[in-house]
Design a protein. Sequence first.
Length: 137
Amino acid sequence: MATTSSAPATGRTRTRRARVPGRGQLLGATIMVLVGSFMPWVYTALGSVSGARGAGLWTFYAGVLGLAGTLIPHRLTAVIHATILSVACVAIIAWQVIHLLTQIGTEGWAPGPGLVLVLGGGILAGVAARNLWRSRG
């Protein structure tokens, strides 16, 4: 959707896209996922484990897809990209935590900032997908 306005001095007409609800949230979620993918995901007594050594690469790829969703002007495509980003991030984080709980238990490790950022980005991408879907029409 475009809005037009006329500049008084030049008489030219400027076209500006209307702000779509949810697109800024999708951008924020994408940044959270992209940054969190390379941060430490797990702290142990022996040191930290970076997300880039494992599943963080998959969340990074999903984040690039989310970035494409923020740049594409078609709302339905942005909804699909945001949904894929959300599902991928939440599922990968859930899998990682369940895997840690079955292998180690609750003692000996702590979640790192990357794990929390990617989970938060996944949830925010889901909220953005819902807002983008509701703004259709």
